[in-house]
Design a protein around this ligand. Sequence first.
Ligand code: NAD
Length: 401
Amino acid sequence: MTVSADDPRLYAGEGPRDIARVGVVGCGLMGAGIAEVCARAGLEVVVREVSDAAAASGHERIAASLNRAVQAGKVAAADLPSTLARLTLTTELRALAGCDLVIEAATENAAVKAALFTELDTVVRRPDAILATNTSSLPVAEVARAVTRPGQVIGLHFFNPAQVQPLVELVPSLLTEPDTVTRARAFITEGLGKTAIAGPDRSGFVVNALLVPYLLSAIRMLEAGHATAQDIDTGMTLGCAHPMGPLRLADLIGLDTLLSIAEVMHGEYAEPQYAAPPLLRACLLKLDETEFRFLLTLHHAIGDGWSVGLIARDLGLCRDANGKRRRERDAQRGQQPPHWASPTPRGGQHQRCTPAPHAMERPPMASFGSAATGHRTTPLSHGRGRQRRAAEGRLQENSAL
Ligand SMILES: NC(=O)c1ccc[n+]([C@@H]2O[C@H](COP(=O)([O-])OP(=O)(O)OC[C@H]3O[C@@H](n4cnc5c(N)ncnc54)[C@H](O)[C@@H]3O)[C@@H](O)[C@H]2O)c1
């Protein structure tokens, strides 16, 4: 299904339009939606993913979404084959060389994006090609610093799901040339038929600066036991006419993405409203539903996320990036699990648990004992959140508990 960067189809058929061929980097939740929107608008789209497996699953995601659009009457069945034919999946960044516009929708990580833009700068041939980022929270100027043509870099912040939501935030940095802004706006409004608003180049732009503290407050409310997940979501849907509650929306965004956004915004503004609640981090441990409920109850009873984190780890609930429980892993390495956690304590008596020294070094807010493992396995909202796909290296780095 993926093509090589030398495939002649990638360089054929330049149209009269300013932007006829779009490159999309990343085919996750957002990249797939953006690629679909562009293909539905009649543009040639080349999508780059990190592996054949990721490319195949991205293609599946787009095809499934297009099929749903056909069933809903949003896309004519007769247009489906040609729309799919306009999409090319690749693992080679060089395949984006002939693009007029590239929209980067890779993982929300400054280093990943900077590396991508540096490479795109050398790969994309057209000198005035627009290089856009779909980042939710990173300043566009940070990304622009990675290229030799910062005047062509702009933020195009689509909303989830991109194939449905009509808004795009247009975020020029201080370095973006006015011509780039004009062309990008024309692409969004005339090319894709969406509405553009101007966002300031500060973390969170307009929408996330308002939305993220709201979502984090809902998670804090659940964490404190003030209300159930169901009541929080019902309160906001029926009380405020929101189409979905904040916890379901947090799931839809992806809890690892929300955590990354919160961390960037908290780093930028150092305001408590952007601090990620311990429960959000706990959700990113690879816990099953029962384990998650158990920890939540424990957290409500003890009221101290750090202690709960130590207990979770010593009970062997924490897992590594491969989903292997810590206790199994320790046993393989010939280490004993903590004696107090075993069913029959040695000597027949319970002994006081002394957390391992490195555990004591954790700051209290790093509750449940872990940085994000990058897995959205335990949704906040009533067990129906989207499943987390395989984590990238950035997230796996943090996953050894
Ligand atoms: N999730 C949302 O609701 C939402 C909304 C607006 C914007 N965004 C932003 O969009 C971007 C992507 O978010 P997402 O939710 O789609 O994340 P995601 O985790 O669903 O997808 C990211 C994809 O990028 C791929 N990727 C990572 N490094 C890559 C590389 N070097 N080259 C090609 N592909 C690479 C991964 O394999 C993965 O498939 C982030 O910057 C995020 O902040 C997310």
